[in-house]
Design a protein around this ligand. Structure first.
Ligand code: FHN
Length: 479
C-alpha cells in the first residue's frame, strides 16, 4: 500500500499511532515542499470588466467544438472486473461500482502500458473532425496522474510505460491548431487526505483526512500542470459535489489560484459548489466559474449573451473505455448535436475513451472522420456564430447567425428533414434580405428565391436534401 503526498506529517503520526501499524510504508513524498504557498494568489473572480471577460472568453465562444478524453487506469479493466461485467455505466467509476479496495485497484498501475499511444494521430483526427480544443483527464477520481508528478508516485512514471503522456499531447494539439486543456478531479479516491471516506477507498483507514493538506497537494499538482505545459485553454474541474469535502470558499480560492498561475485560462463552474446538477448551470450568481457544464444533455433553449456553456457528451454511454459498450451514437446524431448546441450559443465537448493500448476505438475514429467530412463543407456555419435570434424554427432544423464586417447578418438555415412541400418558413426575422438563398452544402447550385412578407422569410427546397446529416442554406439580411 502506498500513501502518497501526505504532506501533513502530523496527520500521519496521528493516524499511525491510532492504527498502531506494524506495516512498513513506502512514502513517496511524506513532506514534499508546499510549492503552492509560493504562488501569490490574486483575486480574479468578479474583478474584470465585461469587455475584459469578453476578450478572454472570445476563443471559447468561437470554437464551438472540442474533444474530451477520459483515460486512466480504469481503461485497463474497461468495465469488467475479475472477468465479470460491472453492471453500472461509466467504466471510469469501476473502483466505486465494484467496491475495489485501493490496494487491489492500485495494482492496475503495473498493467498500464499504452505502447500504441500516438498523440500526433489523436490530434490530427481531432483537427480533421473540426475540434478546436482538447480536454484530457490529467487526474480522474481514481487519483492516478497521467504525468510524472513530483507530489505522488501514483502516476504514469510508476507504470511500465513510464513517460509523461501530457507533454507530447500538448505539443501535438498545438501543432494541429487545438488549445490544450486539463480536466482535473477534486474528488480523489486514492489520496489519504481527501476528506471523505468510503470503506473501499484508499483513505478509508485514515481516520482523520485533512482537506487542507489535500488542497495543498492539489494546488501543487495544478502548479505543475499550469506551469510546465504552456498556455492552457481551460481547467475543467469535476467531482466538486461531496459537500463533506469541498466548499464554496475552497472553490473560490482554487479559481483565483488557477488564474494566478495563468490569468487567461478559463475555469469551469465545477471548481465551485454552485452547479445545480447535470443541467450544468449555476443555481445563482456569486459562484466561481467562467462557463457552465451541462452533462449528457443539451439545454432546451439558449442563454442570454455573455452566458458561456458547454455540453459534454459521450459517443457511446461511458466516458472511460468500456469494451462491452457498443451503444454508439450515429454520425448524424453527433453532427445534429453539434448544430443544436451551436444554434443555442454553446459548445459541444465530445468524449473519447481511449483503449489501454493508446488507440481510439474504431467506431469513434469512423464517426470523427464522418463529422470532419461534414465540417469541411459546413464549418463556417458553426465557428464564430451566435445563437439563433428566433430559437428553434418550426421545421426540423436549426439556425445560427454570423455578424459580417459590412454590417449585414448571415443566417445559416440547417435543415435536418424537409418539411412537407419543401417550404422553409422563418418567422420573426427583421431586416431586408440581400439577394437570394444560397446553399452552403452545394455552393454551385442555383440560388433559391427568397420571399419576404409580414415578418416572415420563406423559400422552397425542390427535390432531395443534398446532405443526409444536415443541409445548410445561407440568407443575408441587411439592417
Ligand atoms: O463522475 C464524473 C464522470 O466520471 C465523468 O468524468 C463526467 C464527465 O464530465 N463527470 C462526472 C459525472 O458528472
Amino acid at each position: 500500500m502506498r500513501w502518497e503526498g501526505m504532506t501533513n506529517s502530523f496527520s500521519f503520526l496521528k493516524w499511525a499511532c491510532s492504527a498502531s501499524l506494524v506495516t512498513v510504508f513506502s512514502f513517496s513524498s511524506l513532506c514534499a515542499e508546499d510549492g503552492w504557498k509560493s504562488v501569490k494568489t490574486k483575486e480574479f473572480f468578479g474583478k474584470e470588466t465585461a469587455q475584459e471577460r469578453g476578450k478572454r472568453m472570445e476563443w471559447f465562444g468561437d470554437a464551438r467544438f472540442g474533444m474530451f478524453i477520459h483515460w486512466g487506469l480504469y481503461s485497463v479493466p474497461a468495465g469488467d472486473w475479475k472477468g465479470e461485467p460491472v453492471k453500472r455505466n461509466n467504466a471510469e467509476w469501476i473502483q466505486s461500482h465494484a467496491q475495489i479496495p485501493s490496494a487491489d485497484y492500485s495494482e492496475l498501475i503495473h498493467q498500464f502500458n499504452p505502447t500504441k499511444y500516438d498523440p500526433e494521430k489523436w490530434m490530427e483526427l481531432a483537427a480533421f473532425a473540426g475540434m478546436k480544443y482538447v480536454v484530457i483527464t490529467s487526474k480522474h477520481h481514481e487519483g492516478f496522474c497521467l504525468w510524472d508528478s513530483k507530489y505522488t508516485d501514483f502516476d504514469v512514471a510508476s507504470t511500465p510505460y513510464g513517460k509523461d503522456l501530457l507533454k507530447p499531447l500538448a505539443e501535438a494539439a498545438r501543432k494541429n491548431g487545438l488549445k490544450m486543456c486539463w480536466y482535473h478531479s477534486i474528488l480523489d479516491w486514492h489520496h489519504p487526505d481527501y476528506g471523505f471516506k468510503k470503506s473501499w477507498r484508499g483513505n478509508a483507514s485514515n481516520p482523520s483526512p485533512d482537506m487542507d493538506a489535500y488542497t495543498g497537494y492539489m494546488k501543487n499538482q495544478l502548479a505543475e500542470l499550469l506551469t510546465n505545459y504552456g498556455d492552457i485553454g481551460t481547467v475543467w474541474f469535476d467531482g466538486e459535489w461531496e459537500k463533506e469535502a469541498w466548499t464554496h470558499e475552497r472553490g473560490l480560492d482554487l479559481y483565483n489560484y488557477c488564474r494566478s498561475l495563468q490569468p487567461n485560462t478559463l475555469v469551469n463552474n465545477r471548481v465551485d459548489t454552485g452547479r445545480k446538477g447535470m443541467d450544468g448551470m449555476n443555481k445563482s450568481a456569486g459562484f466561481a466559474g467562467d462557463f457552465s457544464t451541462p452533462e449528457q444533455q443539451i439545454p432546451e433553449t439558449g442563454f442570454p449573451e455573455g452566458v458561456y456553456w458547454e455540453s459534454c457528451m459521450t459517443i457511446n454511454d461511458s466516458w472511460g473505455y468500456k469494451t462491452r459498450d457498443t451503444d454508439w451514437k450515429s454520425t448524424t446524431t453527433l453532427i445534429r448535436n453539434l448544430v443544436d448546441v451551436s444554434s443555442k450559443g454553446g459548445n459541444y465537448l465530445l468524449n473519447v475513451g481511449p483503449k489501454p493500448d493508446g488507440t481510439f476505438p474504431e467506431a469513434i475514429v469512423e464517426r470523427l472522420k464522418g463529422m470532419g467530412e461534414w465540417m469541411r463543407v459546413h464549418s463556417s456555419a458553426i465557428y464564430g456564430t451566435k445563437a439563433s435570434p428566433i430559437g428553434k424554427p418550426e421545421f426540423d432544423g436549426r439556425l445560427t447567425i454570423k455578424e459580417n464586417a459590412d454590417g449585414t447578418l448571415t443566417i445559416h438555415v440547417f435543415v435536418f428533414n424537409k418539411p412537407e412541400g419543401g417550404k422553409i418558413v422563418l418567422k420573426g426575422l427583421a431586416g431586408a434580405p440581400v439577394g437570394n438563398v444560397r446553399s452552403l452544402t452545394e455552393p454551385k447550385a442555383q440560388p433559391l428565391s427568397l420571399s419576404a412578407d409580414d415578418g416572415s422569410l420563406s423559400f422552397v427546397i425542390d427535390g432531395e436534401l443534398p446532405n443526409k446529416h444536415a443541409s445548410v442554406y445561407k440568407i443575408v439580411l441587411k439592417g
